[in-house]
Design a protein around this ligand. Structure first.
Ligand code: SF4
Ligand code: MSK
Length: 671
């Protein structure tokens, strides 16, 4: 039975998206929003109770107590499905990291056209941390050794992946004791696939134990490597001014959208778009130049390093084409919808695939090779410019917001203490005093099964009112950017009094944009440094912090959730649970749900829960933060104690006559 069609407001909380959805409906073309309405999810598959791991199935366990043909129970099937999803997510992030490491190797050996090593201090710091000699050596020599070390992590068979040493010592000991330290990145992914083959591992808890090891090989392995190498090659992000939403497109320029995840080609496209030869070529075609904008995490990568605007998040990928103003959409890997090609056929837009790993039927394929990166980037831009003359009617929504992205771990350290006393001390002190109640990382995707950006925005805004400092990555970060909460004072009237004082004193927005999906590894580094700074316990699980992915949809999100749990974080996912089991939750069908929550909490101090209701997400987040504050012996959160300093308050007081102003400031009459 077809489901009820949702209204525009139910499709998306973003007015620019609603405007484009009207256009889609007028043109009679479908988008993911419409397809989600037309295609109800299979309730057996959605609950994790369908297995298609062999030719005796697929086995759909529609009733409590049923087993598959091989005898596999609901909990085995759910655990296997979850392990497989985490393995896929880990593989995607880590393969990205592998490619980055090979690019570093090519740059170190002078074989990568157009690239240079931009962050030599980060290269030296990391190399020294891993015992690579740095004194008296050129950046290229050091980079060559670091690239070799990183490349070796993927095929390593035993021991432990090297980034693990960057976790708090106590956590490393716990992982060692529990036997979950990844030996090699590829090894853990392959073992996850082996164990879930017909007739292998058939004990849910044992399977989920390996899910943790596989996820750790992502967060403290492949993703961390991807982030490190991106910073070394393209620069560690620092705050700059950016813009987000469809209004960043230009009617008078050739619009090129870069979409996917890897910064290697997009960085080169940025460079090529500023080349006088390309600008001249665009002018000759009747345009003022080339306007680049991003979608998804490729957007985040070049937004936070180059200030290239973000046209939108995951669900904007089709909407941007509906503007009719896009000459080319250049895609690399991950989160790219096959529907783009069919949709683009209604316009003049070229969909150009570039990764040797990703082709889409009927798309143009121009394969990227880092050895000739600049040449290929220019070729792509020329194709886009040649297409400008084919542009038809254009409809670009006006909506766009400014934001300040670029809060890398290194920059947060610097901003809190300055160059000579860089430190996390002020952050820890603010949490200990209760000015900041706790920290929330709000990350992850959009999902057309829920209202685009609504859950992200609701949770973000409610937690800000409660003095929770927020860091964001991925498509969630772009959702908040569109709301205008990532721009210095812009969102400060919506945050609690203590957090507001901190933001005004340090000069930061209340929501810090920390990058792309792989950059969730930056959050692990921040949490570790908070532990090392002292005052918030001696391990990550003691920090008053929560991770949320309110609109998750990808397998990478599940891997991120699992490695955060293993690192000691309470993680809340919105939407539906892939392991929800039978609706009435009888018998053993909730074993997996309980194990990844209560079971993992006993082992790691972190737990994974799926909570569809946003109010409940906020309530549980605050409850957890307060529980952790109490366990640390910190004062109970009391917003009335703060808010008597800060810029807004001082401006208000300046209007009073001097005696009253003094009295208000010092609390007693001053003569
Ligand atoms: Fe069915 Fe077992 Fe084959 Fe899965 S592995 S499809 S449960 S027979
Ligand atoms: S792009 S994984 S939709 S965050 Fe990283 Fe966005 Fe999720 Fe893809």
């Amino acid at each position: 039975m077809a489901r009820k069609k949702r209204s525009l407001e139910e499709f998306s909380a973003d007015p620019a998206a609603q405007e484009m959805l009207v256009r889609a409906e007028e043109m009679g073309v479908s988008t993911a929003f419409h397809r989600a309405d037309a295609l109800a999810p299979c309730n057996i598959g959605a609950a994790g109770m369908c297995c298609s791991n062999c030719g005796m199935g697929p086995c759909r366990l529609t009733k409590d107590g049923l087993t598959g043909v091989c005898g596999a129970t609901i909990d085995t099937i759910q655990a296997r499905n979850l392990v497989r999803a985490i393995a896929v997510g880990s593989a995607a992030h880590s393969d990205h990291g592998r490619d980055m490491a090979f690019t570093l190797k090519a740059v170190a050996n002078g074989e990568a056209e157009g690239y240079v090593i931009r962050d030599v201090p980060k290269l030296r710091t990391l190399a020294a941390r891993y015992g690579i000699p740095i004194e008296g050596r050129s950046p290229e020599e050091i980079a060559n050794d670091l690239a070799d070390l990183y490349i070796a992590q993927f095929g390593q068979q035993d021991g432990q992946v090297v980034p693990i040493i960057r976790a708090p010592e106590k956590r490393q000991k716990l992982w060692k004791k529990l036997g979950v330290i990844p030996r090699g990145i590829d090894r853990e992914v392959v073992e996850a696939l082996h164990r879930t083959h017909i007739g292998d591992d058939q004990d849910a808890e044992h399977l989920l134990h390996h899910a943790i090891r596989t996820a750790l090989s992502d967060g403290w392995g492949g993703s961390m490597i991807a982030t490190d190498v991106s910073d070394i090659l393209f620069g560690t992000p620092a705050p700059l001014l950016g813009r987000a939403n469809l209004g960043v497109l230009r009617e008078d320029m050739v619009n090129v959208i870069v979409h996917g995840h890897e910064p290697t080609l997009s960085e080169m496209i940025v460079a090529a778009s500023q080349d006088p030869e390309i600008i001249e070529y665009a002018r000759a075609a009747g345009a003022k130049g080339v306007n680049l904008a991003g979608i998804c995490c490729t957007a985040n990568e070049i937004l936070m390093r180059q200030g290239v605007p973000a046209a939108g998040n995951f669900l904007h990928q089709e909407l941007v084409i509906l503007t009719g103003a896009v000459e080319a959409m250049v895609v690399d890997v991950q989160c790219i919808m096959q529907a783009l090609v069919g949709l683009a056929q209604n316009f003049h837009t070229l969909i150009i695939t570039t990764s040797p790993k990703v082709k889409i039927k009927d798309a143009v394929h121009i394969e990227f090779d880092e050895h000739q990166a600049l040449t290929i980037a220019k070729e792509i831009l020329r194709r886009a410019i040649d297409n400008f003359k084919n542009r038809g009617e254009v409809h670009i929504p006006a909506a766009q917001s400014e934001l300040i992205p670029g809060f890398s771990h290194e920059y947060i350290n610097y901003m809190l203490g300055g160059s000579y006393r860089a430190s996390f001390r002020p952050l820890n002190d603010a949490i200990m005093a209760g000015r900041i109640r706790g920290v929330a990382a709000i990350v992850g995707c959009n999902n057309p099964r829920s209202t685009q950006d609504y859950l992200h925005s609701y949770v973000t805004q409610e937690l800000l009112k409660q003095d929770v400092l927020i860091v964001e990555t991925g498509c969630g970060a772009i959702a908040t950017a569109k709301l205008g909460l990532m721009l210095g004072e812009a969102g400060l009237d919506q945050v609690g009094p203590g957090l507001r004082e901190i933001c005004e004193t340090v000069g930061i927005p209340p929501v810090l944009h920390m990058g792309s999906c792989v950059d969730n590894s930056r959050i692990l580094t921040v949490l570790t440094q908070m532990v090392e700074e002292g005052g918030l316990g001696d391990d990550i699980d003691q920090i008053p912090a929560v991770g949320l992915a309110p609109e998750w949809m990808s397998e990478k999100a599940l891997s991120i959730g699992a490695y955060c749990v293993a690192s000691g974080v309470y993680v809340i996912f919105g939407g539906s649970s892939p392991v929800s089991g039978m609706p009435d939750r009888v018998s053993d069908s909730d074993l997996v749900s309980r194990y990844i929550s209560e079971g993992w909490e006993k082992l790691y101090g972190g737990k994974l829960e799926f909570i569809p209701d946003p109010e409940e997400m906020v309530r549980k987040t605050l409850e957890h933060i307060d529980k952790k504050r109490a366990a640390l012996g910190l004062p109970e959160y009391d917003p009335s104690r703060f808010g008597r300093s800060g810029d807004a308050r001082i401006l208000e007081l300046e209007k009073l006559p001097l005696p009253e102003r003094r009295e208000a400031l010092y609390g007693v009459p001053v003569r």
